[in-house]
Design a protein around this ligand. Structure first.
Ligand code: P6P
Length: 336
């Protein structure tokens, strides 16, 4: 039986670059650069369990210093790859307080904001972790640090691409350029990401909810009512839902994307904006989920419409199947 033809990520990017309304090769190059960094990070992540036996990640930086922490390693690998690619004018990383301007001779038209190793606290227990990226095109020609800071604070609706890498039982890269969502699985034998999940569509309604229910006592009343509704025994309406929570955003969103349901990390009285970062966690995941037919809000408005003020600002996140997110909103509104 003829199997589906093998499509590598590189071929897919090239074949689809006509969809990109700007100079096509630029975005393609950024996606290559990110996928290359992902392969290098994947190699080190897979050794993480051996660090105690083999010593640290045997990574050294330009100064010959040993790089001890995997998230710092991932941070540096992504910067190195994007800097060499020459398509970016400024970067923003969860690991760096301020923006990372790219010097004029290596500079390009794009901004990449990223969480180099999301869920890194899970490394020591061999639970999936990930990399998240969000790509914008610069709006001005301003090269000052202040001007580049503004370029890095565009609304999520301006993203030209977004994606994540999931370092799990297999390593996957999932991304969108605004023309649907496609998933690629790394074949370590040939070192290529192969198209494994074409045109991903999130189910309109799921049977899972995903949240850290340990914070239940801190939530607003409407959200508590929603949980009480979800766990009632009523097979006719697909209840009770099952709780699934990995504690790595990339892994919880990936399951929600494929199986449907809702993920939420809400605000509380003490932390009204919740924990997740708008620019390199909420926005890229919202772009992906919306492109797959789902919804993403902060409990009031569309995530992608939020006007950013700071690079590391947080936002509450309610994201997943359209029907499920609408139902959360119904309970939130009733409780307010
Ligand atoms: P909590 C990981 O530290 C992270 O930033 C996300 O990947 C994840 O969704 C969240 O925090 C988990 O937070 O409070 O449930 O441990």
């Amino acid at each position: 039986m003829l199997g589906r033809s093998i499509v590598t990520l590189d071929h897919f990017i090239l074949d689809r670059q006509i969809e990109f309304r700007y100079a096509s090769g630029e975005l393609s190059r950024i996606l290559y650069d990110i996928s290359l960094a992902a392969k290098v990070i994947n190699r080190e992540v897979n050794k993480a369990g051996l660090v105690d036996i083999m010593g640290i990640t045997n990574a050294t930086n330009v100064h010959g210093e040993e790089v001890k922490k995997l998230d710092v390693f991932a941070h540096r690998e992504i910067i190195k790859s994007l800097r060499l690619g020459g398509q970016c004018c400024v970067l923003g990383s969860e690991e760096e307080e301020d923006i990372i301007p790219i010097r004029a001779e290596d500079s390009g038209e794009y901004i990449v904001l990223f969480d180099p190793l999301d869920g890194s606290s899970n490394i020591d227990v061999n639970v999936s972790i990930g990399t998240i990226f969000s790509i914008y095109r610069r709006q001005t020609a301003v090269d000052s640090v202040e001007g580049l800071r503004k370029e890095a604070l565009q609304r999520g609706v301006n993203q030209v691409a977004a994606g994540y890498v999931l370092y799990g039982s297999s390593t996957m890269l999932v991304y969108t350029t605004g023309h649907g969502v496609n998933g690629f699985t790394l074949d370590p034998g040939i070192g290529e990401f192969l198209l494994s999940h074409p045109n991903i569509q999130i189910p309109a309604k799921g049977k899972y909810y995903s949240t850290n229910q340990g914070y239940y006592h801190l939530w607003e009343e409407g959200l508590k009512n929603y949980i009480r509704y979800l766990i009632e025994d009523d097979p006719a309406t697909g209840r009770p839902y099952s709780l699934r929570y990995i504690g790595t955003l990339v892994a919880d969103i990936h399951r929600t994307l494929l199986y449907g349901g809702v993920f939420f990390y809400p605000g509380t009285h003490s932390a009204p904006k919740g924990k997740l970062r708008l620019m390199y966690e909420c926005n890229p995941m919202a772009f992906i989920i919306e492109q797959a037919g789902g919804t993403a809000t902060d409990g009031f408005q569309r995530i992608l419409d939020i006007k950013p003020e700071r690079l590391h600002q947080r936002a509450p996140l309610f994201i997943g199947s359209k029907v499920d997110v609408e139902q959360v909103h119904h309970f939130l509104q009733k409780g307010r």
